[in-house]
Design a protein. Structure first.
Lengths: 256, 93
């Protein structure tokens, strides 16, 4: 009975331990040995690869440091040739950009609007001359842009120059040319708008006493085209009011 | 009674064979294997990082070489323009 109890206990213990060990991750020893060998070889190989990469990285960093020095040296030499600093270059770039934008705006304006900006154009021209006088204007970064700016300014300046020129028109005869202020203003080479005759009248007040009376060979100043100003409009109102009074007076006297 | 003893004995012997004959790696050996796997994974990660750093440095070097060439080209351009304008680069403005 005693022996039976002992055997029973031993069997139970072994049964429990076998169940317990079956639940743990069990790897056969020879399989473990194979895995250890494989991973050890892999680790050693990867260490060599990493060591080689770290050597390459160190060399590349050294090369990059050398190139940084070379670049700084070349830049110093270049700036020395330009008699400028990097800040000077940035300032020049900004000024050039601003002037270019300004010229583009002027080129897009009508002649009338451009003439009202004549003094601004002249100021811009002086700024462009200042830039041209600097060595930076010859730098590769700015050279083409300076050329374009100068060309654009030439065009704008030529248009502004015409603002001060006064166009003229020599009056022909009524018989041949049908010249009166209305018809002159109507011409496509003048205003292409007969209602703008007061502009010619006001510009020639020294010659024209009565807008209905102009004479052959009179040389009339032709102001630049554009909307009528207040003086010209007032002259037109006064003329038509006087015309209306004369017509009423003529109608009254013929009726009586 | 004898039969019962015999059955229990057989059970005991069977248990011994089932549990005790095959050799398995013990806990510390399994830990060793686990550590080795972790080390390999870490090295692979480090290599990936190192390769990225190497590629970045190579690109930086290429960019810097281009910048140097650009500055040298600009120097030549300026020298030509100064000569055309009748100026020497050493003269002051």
């Amino acid at each position: 009975m005693k022996r039976l109890s002992v055997l029973l206990v031993l069997a139970t213990v072994f049964a429990i331990s076998s169940v317990a060990s079956a639940q743990e991750e069990k790897m056969k020893y020879n399989e473990w040995q194979q895995q250890i060998s494989m991973y050890t070889a892999q680790r050693d190989s990867l260490k060599n690869v990493l060591s080689s990469l770290n050597t390459d990285i160190a060399n590349l960093k050294s090369q990059l440091a050398g190139l940084d020095q070379q670049y700084n040296s070349e830049m110093q030499k270049y700036l020395g040739m330009l008699h400028a600093t990097e800040a000077d270059m940035q300032s020049f770039d900004q000024t050039l950009t601003n002037l270019t934008n300004q010229m583009n705006n002027y080129m897009a304006m009508s002649d009338q609007d451009l003439c009202s900006h004549a003094s601004d154009v002249k100021t811009a021209g002086a700024e462009i001359d200042s830039l041209k006088a600097m060595r930076l204007a010859l730098a590769a970064e700015f050279y083409d842009r300076m050329q374009t700016l100068e060309n654009d300014y030439s065009q704008v300046a030529a248009r502004v120059a015409k603002c001060s020129q006064v166009a003229t028109y020599t009056v022909g005869t009524w018989a041949r040319n049908r010249d009166c202020l209305w018809n002159i203003a109507k011409k496509s080479t003048i205003y292409n708008d007969p209602w703008r005759w007061p502009k010619i009248y006001i510009a020639n007040r020294d010659q024209i006493k009565n807008p209905d009376l102009i004479y052959p060979k009179e040389v009339l100043k032709i102001p630049a085209n554009g909307p009528m100003n207040s003086e010209e409009k007032a002259a037109a109102r006064a003329y038509y009011a006087r015309k209306a009074r004369m017509q009423r007076a003529a109608a009254g006297s013929s009726g009586s | 009674m004898k039969k019962l003893s015999g059955a229990i004995l057989s059970l005991f012997v069977a248990s011994v064979f089932l549990v005790g004959c095959t050799k398995y790696a013990n806990q510390s050996e399994m830990q060793q294997l686990s550590n080795l796997k972790s080390e390999v994974a870490s090295l692979e990660q480090q290599i990936s990082t190192a390769r990225q750093e190497k590629a970045s440095l190579e690109k930086q070097i290429a960019d810097k070489q281009d910048q140097i060439k650009k500055v040298q080209s600009n120097e030549q351009f300026l020298q030509q323009k100064l000569q055309a304008a009748g100026q020497d680069s050493s003269q002051s403005q």
